[in-house]
Write a protein that binds this ligand. Structure first.
Ligand SMILES: *[C@@H]1O[C@H](CO)[C@@H](O)[C@H](O)[C@H]1NC(C)=O
Ligand SMILES: *[C@@H]1O[C@H](CO)[C@@H](O)[C@H](O)[C@H]1NC(C)=O
Length: 995
């Protein structure tokens, strides 16, 4: 179990106890005897070649010279310290024969199995460190013979069962240091621990503990360190008795479900230097008494439900370097005294309801490194002193009501690396030098009122900037040629400004750029062919400018481009046929230009929506039969249908109207044809076809036999049918009572699916209903669902052989991601799936992924990114539900991203989302994070062991994406479009293999 932290105190204690004043044992062990005990221990160790080479049978050398061994004056072994020797294997009970041991440390190896409880017989033992191994079983030993024991460190193993109440005052009266953190201990904290009154260090963090934190811990008056949080889920509140621990220096009870107010008694802890209570459910306001903690340097109360204002008594916290209050309900002004805390380095107050202005002298202490006040209700101007010490690295103030100019001083703040000031009312020009500061990696200034130019840099040779977002301001002038100096740039958004002039050819020097958006400006001239040098580009939007000339055919050399929008320009000539061969391109928009000739009728062009070509009067789209764009005069119909109430100017109304019209032509005319009643059944059936069908209602009804059932889901039963012409279909019969005509879930599914045509989305062919029953007719996917294939089928049918190899899994992941990305970003209106899971990803005959089942999908009204809406009831499937779903009932497209992250985890681990982890309530996300400490390098620990020859880099990258997708905070999850890009990048040619 990973729970990475070095325990400095235990090292200190090692040295304390190594100064020996030992009593020689009564029955002396001979050198030979000790040697043979050590060698028999060694026999059970693996990987000993280098580290224990001195341990060998020879008469010449005393064992006291062997690595890791120390002896007393009688040549008796008193210390065995083989920590961090990269050993594995197990520790045999033989070890207890070294009964003169005072110090035993085997920490930092990979020993497994049971640690021999016989160790309790070594009554001289003072120091026992078995931390950071993989020992399992319980620690229910009889400790009562270990009267000398001062240190017991079992941190970071796989021990389970209840915490050992055998560790108590009577048994181990001298115990000073007890670390049982990072294991799987369950149950309550035994109140007897409160009797260990010599204890200076106690950690039980990172287990599965429940119940109340016992008030008895308040009796541990020598305690300096107390850590109880993380993974544990306690009942009740922080016990006020903790306030009696007057020697406490470090108190960490973060992330363990505590409720209620912060006890004011904590104010008595005058020596406390660190107080971590973050990520609980604490409520109430901040007790003014906390201002008495005169040594306090780090205070983290973030992610709770705390309210009220910051008490004026906090001005006495002169040692404070870190103050985290983010994600709470604090309000009032940020008191001016915060600016005068002499040592303050980190101030993170984001996502509260703070109002008023930012303390005018903030940063004036010359120490400030990180400031995050985003998502509050702050107004007023930015203080000029923020970077007085030239240490400010992170400046995050987005989503407030801040006004005025950026202080000029920020243009010289060389330490700055992350700046996020979007969604404010900032104005004036961007200070000179600001966008070329040497350490900058991220700058977001979008949605403000900045004016003036994007300046040329005079003397910058290189830049670390990776993300620059200037969208939706009033910037003007031309795009500087020095843009090419941003050689590390990955995301560049200049859209929605008043930039003029040509796109500089230096754009081609941005060889790492992934997304480029210059839409909605007044750029003119031609598209420089150098853009094709941007070989990492996946997203290119040049729409709504005044660009002219052709699309350079070289653009097809960008092999991973998947979004191309050049609409609403004056581009002309014919569309380069090379674009058709760009396999990655899933969305393209050429509308409203002056393109001529015929649209290539090959490759990806077959998948583009007809709207992609609108408004090119002389462009012919043969496979959609739109030539000469002869538009019938039916725009009135569209108006009368009242589908869209748009607030957009009249000229765009025409765009929408045409788009809708063409859609209707393609789908509606084919589709909304009612067919006959069947003679066979008395109840009348109505068939709505979404494309031309070569079968009728009888043929569909014929398939509804028990022997044809291929699946049962929450929504209904699925049958397989074979039509007279040999075509295979899947018919989903919704249960009686479900999905009558006005059932909103059903009509959503029908509307949504009927319109969508995408390579990676299951196609709905028809809908068939009578009074009681509704049938959805889909194309048939012969290989079933990803869930079945990965979790059951291969075992039953292929006798355990892996039939989904890594390559196929990665391919499926990318395809499913593209399908979802289409729903989220490229269809209109945008669609949230709401039930993404492996059972809803179906596989065609060649194992191509197709996203299915929109039973829960509703349209994302408004179609704006980030718009979310409340649901009336919990939707989605257990194990896939994003955390915010459960407690806010709010979903947005990021909830789908979470569920997709779970699917990625399934592909990587081969495990089911829930139920594969033994412990109650543990799901795949918690498990995988816990096994790997959410580090991609540790993916090996969770990788499906049926997989062979997995390229390590690919597995690491896919796992990394999965971890990003399942972030607790939905804002931190990537969009599906980004997921597609990141997964596409995971596929690397030069990789080495695991196993
Ligand atoms: C302990 O670990 C060993 C070896 O890793 C394993 O064989 C055994 O089943 C585990 N025992 C328990 C109780 O988990
Ligand atoms: C104290 O520990 C010893 C063994 O370590 C055990 O026998 C005894 O029952 C424990 N006492 C209490 C009160 O739990």
């Amino acid at each position: 179990m990973a729970f990475c932290e070095t325990n400095l105190l235990s090292f200190a204690l090692v040295f304390m106890f190594l100064t020996p004043t030992f009593v020689a044992s009564s029955h002396n062990l001979s050198q030979r005897r000790q040697a043979s005990i050590l060698l028999s221990l060694k026999q059970n160790f693996q990987d000993v070649e280098r580290s224990l080479s001195s341990w060998k049978d020879s008469n010449s050398m005393s064992i006291c010279t062997w690595t890791g061994i120390e002896c007393d004056e009688n040549q008796l072994v008193t210390s065995l310290d083989i920590s961090n020797f990269n050993l594995s294997g197990f520790v045999s009970p033989e070890i207890t024969k070294l009964h003169t041991l005072v110090n035993l440390s085997v920490s930092g190896n990979s020993f497994s199995g049971i640690f021999p409880s016989e160790i309790i017989k070594i009554s001289s033992l003072r120091y026992l460190n078995i931390s950071s191994n993989m020992f399992n079983g319980t620690l229910n030993w009889d400790f009562s013979q270990l009267k000398e024991l001062q240190v017991l460190d079992a941190y970071d193993n796989a021990f389970s069962g209840p915490l050992p109440s055998g560790i108590n005052k009577t048994a181990v009266p001298k115990l000073k240091h007890l670390d049982l953190g990072g294991n799987y201990f369950s149950g309550i904290i035994p109140p007897v621990f409160g009797g260990l009154n010599q204890l200076e260090f106690l950690s039980l963090a990172g287990n599965d503990l429940r119940g109340f934190i016992p008030a008895e811990l308040g009796n541990l008056t020598n305690l300096k360190w107390l850590r109880l949080g993380y993974f544990n889920q306690f009942d009740g509140a922080v016990p006020p008795e903790i306030g009696k621990l007057s020697n406490l220096v470090h108190l960490d009870i973060g992330s363990c479900g505590l409720k209620g107010p912060i006890p004011r008694d904590l104010g008595n802890l005058k020596k406390l230097d660190t107080l971590f209570l973050q990520a609980n459910q604490l409520n109430g306001s901040l007790p003014p008494e906390l201002g008495n903690m005169s040594s306090l340097a780090s205070l983290d109360l973030s992610i709770n439900n705390l309210t009220g204002a910051v008490p004026s008594e906090f001005s006495q916290l002169k040692e404070l370097t870190l103050l985290n209050l983010f994600i709470n309900n604090f309000h009032g002004v940020i008191p001016e005294f915060i600016a005068y805390l002499p040592k303050l380095q980190v101030l993170k107050l984001w996502r509260n309801r703070f109002s008023g202005s930012i303390p005018s002298e903030l940063g004036g202490n010359g120490k400030l490194i990180e400031l995050d006040l985003s998502t509050n209700k702050l107004t007023g101007e930015l203080p000029g002193s923020l970077c007085f010490g030239n240490r400010l690295q992170i400046l995050i103030l987005f989503d407030n009501f801040l006004l005025g100019n950026l202080p000029d001083g920020l243009g010289k703040c060389k330490s700055l690396s992350r700046i996020r000031l979007g969604q404010n009312y900032l104005s004036g020009s961007i200070p000179e030098g600001f966008l070329y500061l040497p350490e900058l990696s991220l700058v977001e200034l979008q949605n403000n009122y900045f004016t003036g130019k994007f300046q040329e840099s005079r003397n910058v040779s290189s830049s670390k900037l990776e993300v620059l977002i200037l969208s939706n301001n009033h910037l003007s002038g031309s795009i500087p040629n020095s843009i090419g100096k941003y050689s590390g740039m990955k995301i560049l958004f200049l859209d929605g400004n008043h930039f003029t002039g040509a796109i500089p050819s230096e754009i081609g020097e941005l060889e790492n750029i992934i997304k480029l958006d210059m839409s909605r400006n007044n750029l003119s001239g031609t598209i420089p062919q150098e853009v094709s040098d941007c070989s990492s580009l996946t997203f290119l939007d040049l729409s709504k400018n005044q660009l002219e000339g052709p699309i350079p055919p070289e653009i097809s050399q960008i092999h991973i481009l998947n979004y191309l929008n050049v609409s609403c320009n004056h581009l002309n000539q014919s569309l380069p046929k090379e674009i058709g061969s760009m396999k990655s391109l899933t969305s393209a928009d050429f509308s409203f230009n002056n393109f001529t000739g015929s649209v290539p009728a090959n490759g990806q062009f077959l998948f583009f929506n007809s709207t992609s070509f609108l408004g090119n009067p002389t462009l012919c789209v043969p496979y959609l039969s739109i030539c000469n764009n002869s538009v019938p005069a039916t725009i009135d119909e569209l108006h009368s249908s009242g589908e869209r109430k748009s607030r957009v100017p009249a000229k765009y109304k025409l765009v929408f109207a045409l788009a809708l019209l063409i859609c209707s032509l393609i789908f509606a005319i084919l589709a909304m044809i009612k067919t006959r009643k069947t003679g066979k059944h008395p109840k009348s059936w109505k068939l709505t076809a979404f494309q031309k069908l070569e079968f009728g209602t009888e043929d569909i009804l014929e398939s509804l036999k028990d022997e044809n059932i291929i699946g049962r889901g929450g929504a209904g039963v699925v049958y397989k049918g074979i039509m007279p012409n040999g075509e295979q279909i899947a018919v989903k019969k919704l249960g009686i009572g479900k999905g009558s005509h006005d059932d909103s879930g059903l009509s959503a599914e029908i509307q949504t699916l009927g319109k969508i045509r995408h390579r990676y989305i299951v196609r709905l062919l028809a809908f068939c209903s009578n009074k009681e029953t509704n049938l959805l007719v889909y194309e048939y996917m012969p290989n079933g669902s990803l869930g079945e294939v990965i979790h059951h089928r291969e075992c039953e049918k292929n006798n355990g052989t892996v039939h989904l190899k890594w390559d196929v899994r990665l391919k499926i992941a990318i395809e499913a991601a593209k399908g979802l990305s289409y729903l989220h970003h490229d269809c209109s209106p945008l669609i949230i799936h709401r039930d993404v899971k492996s059972n809803n990803i179906l596989l065609s005959s060649d194992f191509e992924a197709h996203v299915a089942d929109f039973g829960l999908a509703k349209f994302l009204q408004g179609g704006v990114n980030g718009a979310s809406e409340c649901m009336s009831a919990i939707a989605g499937s257990y194990g896939y539900i994003a955390p915010e779903y459960a407690y806010t009932l709010k979903v947005d497209e990021k909830s789908d991203v979470y569920s997709f992250g779970v699917v990625l985890m399934e592909l990587i681990t081969g495990k089911k989302p829930v139920g594969d982890f033994g412990e109650d309530g543990m799901d795949i996300v918690q498990w995988a994070k816990r096994e790997t400490n959410a580090r991609k390098e540790c993916v090996v620990k969770v990788l499906d062991n049926r997989l062979k020859n997995v390229p390590f880099n690919e597995a690491m990258q896919v796992f990394f994406v999965a971890i990003l997708c399942v972030q607790d905070q939905s804002v931190e999850r990537p969009t599906m479009r980004e997921v597609v890009q990141m997964l596409a990048q995971a596929k690397q040619p030069n990789t080495f293999q695991l196993h």
